[in-house]
Design a protein around this ligand. Structure first.
Ligand code: ZN
Length: 294
C-alpha cells in the first residue's frame, strides 16, 4: 500500500474555513476566505454555517460555482440533546435546515457534532445523565438520517476527544460512532458514516482497527491538524500539521488502506497563534505542510 502523493498536487487539499476565520486577530468574511483559497490554487473548502449565514447561502453557492470550488464537507449539524420535547424538536428542525444548506452548497456530507449535556457549554449543565443524552443523540441522528436520505445528503458523525464529552459531543471514539452507524444504517448504504479528525482520535489504541472496520462506505471525511505539547487551551490550541505529535502519514495510510480517497481537510482552531497571523501566511503554510507531512 503506497500513499497517494500529495507533494506534487493540491487536488486532495481542503481548507476548513475555521482555520482562517480570524486573520491578524479579526474575523474575516467567508467570501474573502474563498477568494484567498482560490488565488492559491486550493480547490475545496469546508465552511461553517454561521460563516455562510453571515454572507448569505445563495451568494456563497454562486461564488463557489463561479470559481469551480468544491466542498469536502459542511460544518455542522448535531447538538441534539435538550431538556424538553420542544428543545429536541427545535434541534431536529435545525438539522433539517443544515441538510438543506449542505445540499444547496453541493457538499459531499454534513458533519455532525452531536452535542451532550444541555447547558454544559455555557457552564450550567441542566443534568448529569450522559446515558440519556446518548439516547437523545441516537434518536436525533435517526430522524435526521431519514430526512437526509430523501434529500441525498450523507451524514458524517464526528467523534470528539473525550475532554469534550460533557459539552460538545457524547460520542468520543470512532468505535462508538461506528456502533451508531451500524445500528441506524446496517446496510452500509453510504448515507451515514464518520468524519475522522486526527485531533480527536489520534490517541485511540483502537484507531487502526476501527478505521479498517469503517471501510470506504463509512469514511466520509478526514480532518488534519496536529496535537501540540503542551496544549494550552482545550478548544482552540490546535497545531499546524508537523508541529505536534500526531503520526499523520501513518493515519492517512490506514484511511487509504480502508479505501478512503477524499480530501485531507485542514482544520485548525488556534486563538494564540495562527488566528493572529495573516491568512495568506496560514494558507501558504497549510499548502507546504500538505505537500510534506500530511
Ligand atoms: Zn473536525
Amino acid at each position: 500500500m503506497t500513499l497517494r502523493d500529495f507533494s506534487t498536487s493540491l487536488d486532495a487539499l481542503s481548507i476548513n474555513t475555521a482555520t482562517v476565520r480570524r486573520q491578524r486577530g479579526a474575523e474575516v468574511p467567508l467570501t474573502h476566505i474563498i477568494d484567498q483559497c482560490a488565488a492559491l490554487g486550493i480547490g475545496a473548502i469546508s465552511p461553517w454555517r454561521d460563516q455562510v449565514a453571515a454572507v448569505g447561502l445563495d451568494q456563497v453557492a454562486q461564488q463557489l460555482r463561479a470559481l469551480g470550488m468544491g466542498l469536502s464537507g459542511y460544518c455542522r449539524g448535531g447538538f441534539y440533546p435538550a431538556t424538553d420535547r420542544a428543545g429536541l424538536q427545535a434541534a431536529l428542525d435545525d438539522n433539517r435546515r443544515a441538510v438543506d444548506e449542505a445540499k444547496t452548497l453541493d457538499a459531499p456530507c454534513l458533519v455532525l457534532v452531536v452535542g451532550s449535556l444541555p447547558g454544559a457549554l455555557d457552564g450550567r449543565a441542566a443534568h448529569k445523565d450522559i446515558a440519556r443524552v446518548r439516547d437523545e443523540v441516537r434518536d436525533g441522528i435517526a430522524a435526521t438520517l431519514e430526512y437526509a436520505r430523501g434529500v441525498g445528503m450523507p451524514l458524517a458523525i464526528e467523534p470528539l476527544h473525550p475532554m469534550q464529552a460533557a459539552d460538545r459531543a457524547c460520542i468520543n471514539t470512532l468505535e462508538q460512532a461506528l456502533d451508531v452507524c451500524d445500528e441506524l444504517d446496517p446496510g452500509r448504504s453510504g448515507a451515514l458514516g464518520v468524519a475522522v479528525d486526527v485531533y480527536h482520535v489520534w490517541w485511540d489504541p483502537k484507531l487502526a482497527q476501527q478505521i479498517a472496520r469503517a471501510g470506504h462506505e463509512r469514511l466520509l471525511a478526514y480532518h488534519v491538524c496536529d496535537w501540540l505539547t503542551p496544549t494550552r487551551d482545550l478548544l482552540s490550541d490546535r497545531g499546524m500539521m508537523g508541529d505536534g505529535v500526531i503520526e499523520l502519514k501513518k493515519i492517512r495510510g490506514w484511511m487509504e488502506a480502508a479505501g478512503y480517497s477524499g480530501h485531507a481537510e485542514v482544520e485548525i482552531f488556534s486563538q494564540r497563534d495562527w488566528w493572529q497571523r495573516g491568512g495568506d501566511e496560514t494558507l501558504a503554510t497549510c499548502i507546504e505542510r500538505h505537500r510534506s507531512v500530511v
